[in-house]
Write a protein that binds this ligand. Structure first.
Ligand SMILES: C[S@@+](CC[C@H](N)C(=O)[O-])C[C@H]1O[C@@H](n2cnc3c(N)ncnc32)[C@H](O)[C@@H]1O
Length: 319
């Protein structure tokens, strides 16, 4: 069944993304995070190009159907995880593209639909799965060990009270399973008190669990590796991220592909400086952030960071 969302998603940094992509007629692009299709529609309107859109959330079908009607054969939707970018594109007989755009994280529809179980603001069964498949947040909270819970909350949320939160979760679930987003939020709030900041004390814990449930960081790493194989010479890689862990992964990947560290690295462990040929260069050598004006009208854009790189030396492929 297709969900019908009663809310929509305002695309973040759309103007900047379009400026960086500079779509051209006849070129082929990928929007790896289709969502409500805000970026996709704008890209399709900016040039007579072909756009392949990917999303792992089956609920975006209603938006994809609308764009299909409007743009016909210029618009193709592929349901799947962008961690399998190469496989998904090969399934369409596409081996090279001219630009890849990723707008990471969750959409407003996912966050604000209570029964998706993402938000501490709305009551719903703990779920948080973008794809609606696999193990959910309920399983994570009720089946993981205390140490596993603490590590996720610390590593993916940067929550310094992670151990105490995990301990409280274990105490509560001994009495009865923790079923809902509000139950979990109350547990976190009983440990982490609201300070001077406006941010809800449950924010970091919810972000961490979501990242873990959806294996978000590993998916991003796979997509970056795949982009090296998929992009044409001068093809653009454009990534909008919303927290420092994602941004660090993008930054590290491009830096390594542009110029390896002396001692080797996570992505290029066995390449020495003498054999190394860069496969990317920075298009813009710093992070681009949202304008003050956008932040005022769309607070979600406050934490957005845009990074842009260009594929070079296409004959070389480190993946
Ligand atoms: C921030 S929203 C994108 C919004 C979109 N740019 C727009 O303008 O409407 C992120 C979307 O990417 C999807 N997504 C996140 N991670 C994904 C992954 N690994 N594979 C496929 N889709 C993913 C989510 O399901 C969500 O719909």
């Amino acid at each position: 069944m297709i969900d019908s969302y009663n809310t929509s998603h305002t695309p973040v940094m759309l103007k900047e993304v379009l400026e960086q992509l500079q779509a051209k007629s006849g070129d082929i692009y990928v929007d790896g995070t289709f969502g409500a299709g805000g970026y996709s529609k704008a890209i399709l309107n900016s040039a007579n190009c072909i756009l392949y859109c990917i999303d792992q959330d089956p609920a975006v079908a209603e938006f994809a159907n609308k764009l299909k009607k409007e743009y016909g054969s210029r618009f193709k939707f592929i349901a799947g995880n962008f961690s399998e970018l190469n496989e998904l594109m090969s399934s369409q007989n596409i081996m090279r593209v001219d630009g890849i755009v990723l707008d990471l994280g969750v959409s407003s529809m996912q966050l604000e639909t209570p029964d998706r179980g993402f938000s501490f603001m709305h009551n719903g069964r703990l779920d948080m799965r973008m794809s609606k498949t696999g193990s959910d947040a309920y399983n994570f909270i009720n089946k993981s060990t205390e140490e596993e819970i603490a590590n996720v909350i610390y590593n993916y949320g940067g929550e310094t009270k992670s151990r105490r939160i995990a301990k409280r979760i274990i105490e509560k679930r001994r009495i009865s399973p923790i079923e809902t987003t509000l139950e979990l939020a109350d547990i976190v709030r009983s440990v982490v008190k609201k300070g001077k900041s406006k941010i809800d004390p449950a924010t970091r814990t919810f972000q961490a669990i979501r990242i873990s449930v959806n294996d978000e960081l590993a998916s991003l790493q796979s997509a970056l590796l795949a982009s090296e194989r998929l992009l044409n010479n001068n093809g653009k890689l454009i990534v909008v991220s919303f927290h420092s862990l994602e941004d660090a992964i993008v930054k590290e990947f491009i830096n390594e592909r542009a110029k390896p560290k002396q001692s080797g690295s996570r992505y290029l462990p066995c390449i020495t400086n003498t054999e190394f040929k860069p496969t990317f260069k920075w298009k813009v050598n710093k992070t681009i952030v949202a304008s003050e004006e956008e932040i005022k009208t769309n607070p979600r854009s406050r934490s957005a960071k845009l990074r842009v790189a260009i594929r070079i030396n296409q004959e070389v492929d480190h993946a």
